[in-house]
Design a protein around this ligand. Structure first.
Ligand SMILES: [Zn+2]
Ligand SMILES: [Zn+2]
Length: 168
């Protein structure tokens, strides 16, 4: 995902459109111990513009990822679709805003796109908002079927109440 900036570096205000649809090399990443897989090619669409000598990027990033449900441990797929913008400069001197450095006549977006996808991850993902999780007794995935286990662990607060009534 290399954007050639030759034409726009010479002329302020010139815009360059780009569209990439690529399978990225590193298709899995670790996020707090969870392995996340990128299961579709990444689509990156946007433009670069020379604005007061800085190169401004505006783009939309889309792909599909596979995560592990934090409750039932099943793999599930989720869509990634968001907008991002960046400023690239040749020198960081006198830069008020957050900017990335670049050299030469082109900018490679690969690393930025992977970092951006990673920044979209949430902690404790769920396959469904109401995922029922695993049975603490037998480990059955309760979303698939009911195991019929009777959970007889008593809440310690209730146990105090029980002994209270027994004494009477
Ligand atoms: Zn789940
Ligand atoms: Zn069970």
């Amino acid at each position: 995902m290399e954007v050639n900036l030759m034409e726009i570096l010479k002329n302020e205000g010139v815009k360059k459109q780009f569209l990439f649809f690529e399978t990225i090399q590193e298709t899995s990443m670790e996020f707090y111990g969870e392995m996340i897989n990128i299961t579709k090619p990444v689509k990156v669409e946007g433009y670069a513009i020379n604005y007061e000598g800085k190169i401004r990027f505006d783009m939309n990033i889309q792909t599909e990822i596979e995560r592990t449900c934090s409750r039932c441990l099943a793999a599930f797929k989720g869509k990634i679709d968001f907008y991002a913008d960046y400023v690239f400069v040749k020198s960081l001197e006198n830069q008020a805003e957050d900017a990335y450095l670049f050299k030469g006549d082109s900018i490679s977006l690969n690393e930025i796109v992977i970092d951006e996808i990673a920044s979209q991850m949430t902690m404790k993902p769920l396959c469904e908002p109401d995922c029922k999780g695993l049975c603490p007794k037998c480990g059955n995935n309760k979303n698939i079927d009911e195991c019929g286990c009777i959970l007889d662990e008593i809440d310690p607060r209730l146990e105090i109440l029980n002994s209270f009534f027994e004494k009477k």
